[in-house]
Design a protein around this ligand. Structure first.
Ligand SMILES: C[S@@+](CC[C@H](N)C(=O)[O-])C[C@H]1O[C@@H](n2cnc3c(N)ncnc32)[C@H](O)[C@@H]1O
Length: 206
């Protein structure tokens, strides 16, 4: 798939296989508690009862609210121990999206695909977001949550940038490029005095 960003945008300081970096589980949270609570609040505003959810680039915690009750909660990430510890997941798969961007799910499987504080690690995002559209049901939503912290050696060059505007632009482009999303929105849900919470939300076309 062609890319509207230059190839150097996807360079990383550590180009070793991701399986090496993620071999050890990291049972940590990556952003401030208030910011995670703001993300959980956003999810509780938009998720609906029995929705089927894919937590893409998942770990030991998914930040999902207690209610509404959900249907399937699939988790895809790099570390089996982290995924096993995530009690919200109903099924789990270890899968390296940079080695293989094809999602191991059927067409039209999910109402929501979530990506929390991880989009900066994708080297093949245009392929991955075309796949996100494929596994979403019509009018299903992709929700990408970003902040400003990261593992710098694993984040692509395009995300070594200071502010929200460029991140919104890049992640909107990821969605727009496949032509399968509409209503792409950027939302700032940052709490006062805590890490920022920048969301890009897009709806799969009918
Ligand atoms: C900063 S952590 C965020 C984890 C979780 N989403 C959260 O909100 O706490 C980054 C996550 O991205 C996942 N990840 C990194 N590179 C990946 C890759 N190439 N393929 C799939 N998942 C990847 C890792 O498994 C890790 O759980």
């Amino acid at each position: 798939m062609s890319s509207p960003l230059p190839p150097t945008a996807f360079d990383r300081a550590d180009e070793q296989p991701d399986a090496l970096f993620y071999v050890m589980p990291r049972m940590v949270v990556h952003i401030d508690r208030a910011t995670l609570e703001a993300l959980t609040t956003y999810y509780s505003d938009v998720l609906f009862e029995n929705a089927d959810v894919l937590d893409l680039m998942s770990s030991w915690v998914s930040h999902l609210p207690e209610s509404p009750p959900l249907g399937r909660v699939a988790g895809l990430g790099m570390n089996a121990v982290e995924l096993e510890a995530n009690s919200r997941l109903t099924d789990r798969v270890v899968h390296d999206l940079n080695a293989n961007p094809t999602l191991p799910y059927d067409d039209n499987s999910f109402d929501f695909v979530l990506n929390a504080v991880s989009v900066q690690y994708m080297k093949r995002p245009f392929e991955v977001f075309a796949e996100v559209a494929r596994v979403l049901r019509p009018r299903g939503r992709s929700i990408v949550a970003m902040s400003h912290r990261c593992f710098p050696t694993k984040a692509i060059r395009a995300f070594h940038i200071p502010g929200s505007a460029e991140r919104y632009r890049i992640v909107s482009l990821y969605h727009d490029h496949c032509g399968e999303f509409d209503g792409v929105e950027s939302l700032d849900r940052s709490p006062e005095g805590a890490d920022p919470l920048w969301l890009v939300v897009a709806q799969r076309c009918e």
